[in-house]
Design a binder for this molecule. Structure first.
Ligand code: F6R
Length: 614
């Protein structure tokens, strides 16, 4: 889950690569490095820690050339350090590699290479790649052929980029397995490679995407694709509309805060043009191929996802079962792939992954497809691997999300799940027009409702500053807002490093009650919905044990004020859209607690935005 950027053309590669890396720093930030071809050799600059450290190294020892590659790392093999930072060089310092993923057979390869007198400068699995390429180059092969032969020996998951001072006008990149995206960006007399589009949006909007088992040779005036057997292939070019400006902080202290506040817009974009207002029918565009007959034939839906997307899936199960009446289960993608999942005829596997590149989710998709399920994907990143695997694709249209912790992609995913549940319900004749109209009215109101929830920001900040030092927090929810409890707790954990647990209210008496004492803030999500009374009972249970209750309640609810220590209000809304509204104060709470604790909100320790390793 590292960031990768490469440039070949006529300009100085170093500033272009560094700027691209800055836009990808959310992918990995424990070390970084660049290699640039200068007068027949490669100049290497690397630094442990954030990109700013590498900036300083480059300022002290400048290097420039028209071919360069760079990398921000998120360590898997080998601790974060300057020597383990990419790029890695071969024995002669002529060829360099950067890599995202894991070389599973690196131990055998490394032993073999050491036996043949190769000298290793790092503890990484990556370095074996460049020594394998070195052997092929020594045998007289050009960089592309050397790379192809070397990469065929790699087992595991990898996006790989190679350059060599022996051929200073060529970048070779490859994608092995689904982990680690590689994109090619097209310029005029210059071309680019990267792991993600935001790295290149300043320079180009036209891209091609490598699939599993493909490689590309990129020169200033030529881009040539082939598979790992050496067979030439033709790749389509895609032009995207992502805006660079929307990838900047726009006056907010952190991307996280900006993205929380972007939710009204992201939600309206997710809804936009997907409903026929006259008939209240959900109409997806041509990326969703599912016909009415297909929808009627669905017997079961299995949602696979990780982290925040998994929490969206829990809300999704509730929505799909309630509206479309289709039995739905939600699975952690990382567990799914390591058992023998039973697939029934007519099954849909619904993958939720905003990045479309989470390796556990991609592997679960692959497994489900192999066993005969139809793949549906809901996610954000255009051209991602998931988008290319799925039969039906529903884009979030949330715009780039830069903060490592998800916010607007969570709410946009829940909105898309609601639309998908309605789509299925309508195609299967499970819902009448009046009911659809009522639910959609609630959905169309969401941008205003979320805007209303955002108005509590200052109050939430005050509360966050009051409770920021607590060691543990408990988030309680029921029904569709059980998902909100889980997601609220995850946000707090990852942003502030406080321990937080999300629990279904009804489960407290089965164990969690033992945690409650006068030091435990309990965040109770209790809007006026079908389980409101049950939540009130849970709040009483907490109060009876001296816990501190912070309730998230519907505006105007006087009853809850007598029972809770603190009340944050959200606007009244339809029960089915309430998770989208109720999560907002919890995102803000996590943000403000983290900021008060002095945490790195946009790039929490030990995490990365796109998890392309198992
Ligand atoms: C939490 C967070 C992660 C991701 C998870 C899956 O804020 O961002 O838990 O939700 O890594 O990511 P995607 O949706 O890209 O598959």
């Amino acid at each position: 889950m590292c960031g990768i950027v490469g440039y070949v053309g006529t300009k100085d590669a170093v500033p272009i690569v560094m700027e691209g890396l800055r836009r990808l720093e959310y992918r990995g930030y424990d070390s970084a490095g660049v290699a640039v071809a200068v007068d027949g050799h490669l100049e290497l600059r690397r630094a442990e820690g954030k990109l700013g450290n590498l900036d300083r190294v480059i300022a002290e020892r400048p290097a420039s050339g028209t071919l360069g590659i760079g990398h921000t790392r998120w360590a898997t093999h080998g601790r974060p350090s300057e020597t383990n930072a990419h790029p890695h060089l071969d024995c002669d310092g002529v060829t360099a590699v950067i890599h995202n993923g894991i070389v599973e057979n690196y131990r055998e390869l490394k032993d073999d290479l050491i036996a043949r007198k190769h000298r290793f400068g790092s503890e990484t699995d990556t370095e074996v790649i460049v020594h394998l390429v070195e052997e092929e180059l020594r045998a007289g092969r050009d960089l592309a052929e050397a790379a192809r032969r070397a990469l065929r020996r790699i087992e595991g998951a990898a996006a790989v980029v190679l350059v060599s001072a022996s051929d200073p006008k060529t970048i070779v990149a490859a994608r092995i397995s689904n982990a680690g995206g590689v994109i090619v960006g097209y310029g005029d007399g210059e071309n680019f490679v990267a792991s993600d589009m935001p790295a290149l949006l300043e320079h180009t909007r036209t891209f091609s995407f490598l699939d599993h088992g493909e490689m590309v040779v990129v020169r200033p005036d030529l881009v040539r694709f082939m598979d790992l057997d050496g067979k030439e292939i033709v790749k389509a070019k895609t032009t995207v509309a992502f805006d660079v400006v929307s990838a900047a902080k726009g006056g907010y202290k952190h991307f996280m805060l900006k993205e929380i506040f972007e939710q009204p817009r992201a939600i309206s974009d997710a809804l936009l043009a997907r409903v026929d207002r006259r008939t209240s029918r959900v109409i997806f565009d041509e990326d969703v191929k599912m016909t009415e007959a297909d929808a009627r034939a669905v017997t079961r839906i299995s949602i696979v996802a990780c982290g925040t997307s998994y929490h969206a899936g829990i809300a999704g199960k509730y929505l799909i079962e309630r509206l479309a009446g289709i039995p739905t289960d939600v699975e952690l993608a990382s567990e799914y792939r390591y058992r023998e999942p039973a697939i029934v005829p007519g099954q849909v596997t619904l993958a939720l992954t905003q990045s479309g590149e989470t390796v556990d989710t991609l592997a679960a998709m692959e497994e489900a497809q192999r066993r005969g399920a139809r793949l549906v994907w809901i996610g954000n990143v255009v051209g991602s691997q998931a988008s290319r695997m799925a039969a039906d694709v529903i884009y979030l249209h949330a715009g780039p999300e830069i903060a490592v912790a998800a916010s607007k992609t969570y709410t946009a995913t829940v909105v898309c799940l609601l639309l998908y549940a309605l789509f299925l319900a309508q195609r299967r004749g499970k819902i009448d027009e009046a009911t659809s109209r009522g639910i959609l009215a609630g959905a169309f109101h969401l941008p205003t409702l979320v805007d209303g929830a955002l108005q509590s920001s200052e109050q939430v900040r005050t509360l966050a500053y009051r409770y920021y030092a607590a060691r543990d927090f408990l988030h309680l929810g029921r029904g569709v807002n059980y998902a909100t409890a889980l997601e609220g707790a995850l946000k707090l954990k990852e942003l502030s490093y406080a321990h937080a647990e999300g629990t279904a209210g009804g489960e407290m008496k089965h164990g969690t009650n033992a945690l409650i004492d006068e030091n435990l803030p309990v965040i109770a999500i209790a809007p006026r919905d079908g389980v409101y009374r049950k939540m009130l009972s849970n709040i009483e249970e907490v109060r009876a044990r001296a816990g501190i209750v912070i309730a998230v309640a519907t505006a105007g609810d006087a009853e809850i004020r007598d029972k809770a220590d603190e009340v944050i209000t959200i606007p009244a809304c339809h029960e089915l859209v309430s998770p989208v509204v109720a999560i907002v104060p919890l995102q803000l709470f996590a943000y403000h607690v983290a900021d008060r604790r002095g945490c790195d909100v946009d790039q929490p320790r030990n995490l990365a935005k796109t998890v392309t390793v198992e």
